[in-house]
Write a protein that binds this ligand. Structure first.
Ligand SMILES: [Zn+2]
Length: 257
């Protein structure tokens, strides 16, 4: 079985992160929107169940999935949405069907490139607003202030695809191109007409990049409303990224060492 329900494998840190991202005042997710995951030492991933609420989540609202079968499913052209639904099903426990989120593929895709300790996916209103606008594909092409360059690095934009297999495939292709170009996974992925995915070495990194994505959306919206964005010059951002102190600061804010 690709998915199993075992609350004993769900860490407190993951539950705390999930509840924190789901806080109403942060406006990152409402109702059953959004999901989080944590990589286990054995290579499996703990991911939020479909239909559960981030704000009130407990260890029972997660299932454990295997990465390889799901990545293979993504690569199999004949695979269908029904195959995916079956692969995410951890069966019925204590009278309830436990199935990993339909968006699980954005959590396992990163693992196909590099071990990624935490992944957080939300639908922040400020960011979705821009990602549903005429600026969606280009809004994050360039940085507009230096702290966003520090915290989120070079983001990736993935055009809209239906949640499920179609999004999983588009997402995997996007990650592949990004890794080929920049040699590393993006910390922040912007999903057209949908939301954000953050990949980070620690829960604190998910918090930091999610907050910075929201701030970046608000700054852009403000700049667009008064005539347009004047981005940071690309050459100075490249030099900035290469600075020792910036590399250190990035690692610290991302929750790394
Ligand atoms: Zn979503």
């Amino acid at each position: 079985m690709t998915a199993v329900w075992d609350p004993g494998l769900v860490g407190e840190e993951l539950v705390a992160l999930t509840r924190s991202l789901g806080e109403r005042s942060r406006d990152l997710a409402v109702l059953a929107e959004g999901n989080t995951s944590q990589l286990l030492p054995d290579g499996r991933v703990v991911v939020k169940t479909s239909g559960s609420n981030m704000r009130t989540s407990t260890a029972e609202d997660f299932v454990v999935v295997e990465v390889d079968p799901l990545v293979k499913l993504l690569a199999t052209e004949s695979a269908t949405q029904a195959d995916l639904t079956a692969a995410l099903d951890a069966g019925e426990h204590e009278g309830r069907r436990r199935r990993a989120s339909i968006e699980t593929l954005v959590h396992v895709a990163a693992q196909a490139f590099a071990p990624t300790p935490f992944v957080g996916h939300t639908h922040p209103t400020a960011v979705v607003g821009l990602l549903a606008s005429v600026h969606a594909a280009t809004a994050w092409d360039q940085h507009v202030y230096s702290d966003e360059a520090v915290v989120i690095g070079r983001p990736l934009f993935v055009p809209y695809a239906s949640p499920g297999l179609a999004l999983g495939r588009a997402y995997l292709r996007g990650l592949q191109q990004h890794v080929d170009t920049h040699g590393e996974l993006p910390t922040l992925v912007l999903l057209g007409n949908h939301g954000i995915v953050v990949n980070a070495p620690a829960a604190a990194g998910i918090e930091a990049a999610s907050e910075m994505a929201v701030k970046g959306a608000r700054v852009r919206q403000a700049a667009y409303s008064v005539g347009g964005v004047v981005p940071l010059p690309t050459s100075s951002v490249d030099a900035f990224f290469a600075r020792e102190d910036v590399i250190e600061r990035r690692a610290r804010l991302g929750g790394g060492t």
